[in-house]
Design a protein around this ligand. Structure first.
Ligand SMILES: Nc1ncnc2c1ncn2[C@@H]1O[C@H](COP(=O)(O)OP(=O)(O)O)[C@@H](O)[C@H]1O
Ligand SMILES: [Mg+2]
Length: 387
């Protein structure tokens, strides 16, 4: 399953690409903003010079219309002209509605002036006997351009996240249908031959020629086991019934059952409080989870020699807690989440579905949790179930 191993790389790659695109787009608009700002500055310098010429007493010829025109060329950059005491003489490109009273207009201009003083230093105009100041700020176009890429990128990011969520949601729904469908189908398919087998076993048991033969009992046990497996699948396919159960006997029965089926050099042990630890569980499914975890633990123990310890306890918040610790090869730190992905396996003949299924059973059907509590390569692993 190469895709699983590469998934983080792909995600990081996509994120880096998005970051690079954003950076380029921000840098480019920054450049546009700078160019536009320096143009606006030039126009304001011209405006200031024009005011100076117009204000000069000796300028009585007809050239002043030319400078007025220069001032009027600027129809986007807000400008205020004040005298040396800061009183406003005139303004340009500041929207003042006709409906406003003089007082309201003055208030607006004063507010604009404060804002302009924050943005750029004033340009001083010195005419003999008269000092004036030109104040200005960025045109609306420049301001918009400054913030535009941020708005654009947020909108893109918003839709990107929305699309991602919708996509993963629909993928999950599809997975659900596959799980449930497969489970139902399996239970259904197993049903007929199992009931057939059961009838045959009954027949064998009554046959006098086979009286006292051990194998008939063994066949019966295996058929019962098959029945149990089919039962598990049928529970996955439907809404499982939960029942208040004491977990200790369930775990201890399962460990007894497993003990006879794993290498004898692996020691199974159980630690549980004397009083019952109860939780709402579906026994068939819960056993399946334990079965999976114990089997994985056995697989992880090198050379078939080691220990598996199960510890049941009641948490202060009333939840039942089951810690399953093995002395196996452990799981590398970065893989603690990944092992729950469908198809993730490190075994030659593994399907990589055991933990996915177990987690689904605990989280979807029991509203509980299943996760790696602790694991160190070479030192063993603890899986924790909360229910
Ligand atoms: N107790 C454990 N110790 C070490 N590794 C484990 C343990 N349990 C699971 N794993 C790792 O998680 C992988 C996935 O487990 P699982 O979903 O049960 O699939 P499978 O058993 O088919 O490989 C295993 O292949 C193994 O690498
Ligand atoms: Mg497994």
């Amino acid at each position: 399953m190469n895709f699983y191993r590469n998934r983080d790389t792909i995600k990081i790659g996509l994120l880096l690409m998005a970051a690079a695109i954003s950076a380029i787009s921000l840098w480019y608009t920054r450049k546009l903003v700078d160019t536009l700002a320096s143009r606006e500055k030039k126009l304001i310098d011209l405006t200031a010079k024009s005011y100076k010429v117009i204000g000069s007493a000796d300028n009585s010829d007809n050239q002043s219309f030319l400078f007025l025109e220069i001032i009027e060329t600027n129809n986007s950059i807000p400008v205020i002209l004040t005298d040396d005491r800061g009183s406003i003489i005139s303004s340009r490109n500041i929207r003042l509605s006709d409906k406003l009273s003089q007082k309201q207009r003055d208030a607006i201009l004063e507010r604009e002036l404060v804002e302009m003083k924050e943005q750029y230093p004033a340009i001083k105009i010195e005419i003999p006997g008269l000092t004036q100041y030109v104040y200005y700020r960025n045109s609306d176009l420049l301001t918009q351009l400054k913030y535009y890429p941020y708005i654009q990128l947020s909108v893109i990011a918003f839709f990107g996240i929305l699309a991602y969520l919708a996509f993963s949601q629909s993928r999950r729904a599809e997975q659900n249908r596959v799980w449930v469908g497969m489970a139902k189908e399996t239970a259904h398919q197993l049903g007929t031959p199992i009931s057939g087998l059961m009838a045959w076993v009954e027949l064998l048991k009554t046959d006098e020629r086979l009286a006292g033969e051990e194998f008939v009992g063994e066949i019966e046990k295996d058929v019962q086991k098959l029945q149990m497996i089919a039962n598990r699948f049928s529970h996955i396919g439907s809404v499982p019934q939960l029942k208040e159960e004491d977990l200790t006997p369930i775990v201890s029965d399962l460990l007894d059952y497993m003990a006879r089926r794993i290498p004898t050099k692996i020691k199974l042990s159980l630690a549980a409080p004397a009083e019952p630890v109860c939780a709402q569980v579906n026994r068939a499914l819960f056993e399946w989870v334990l079965d999976n975890l114990v089997r994985n633990a056995v697989d992880a123990i090198p050379g078939g020699q080691g220990s598996i310890n199960v510890e049941i306890s009641l948490r202060p918040d009333g939840q039942a807690q089951i810690d399953l610790t093995d002395s196996g090869k452990g799981i590398p730190k970065g893989m603690h989440k990944r092992i729950f992905d469908p198809g993730y396996t490190t075994k030659k003949r593994g399907w990589g579905l055991g933990l996915t299924l177990s987690r689904r059973i605990m989280e979807n059907y029991h509203k509980g949790r299943l996760y790696v509590k602790r694991s160190e390569p070479g030192a063993g692993t603890t899986f924790r179930i909360l229910v």
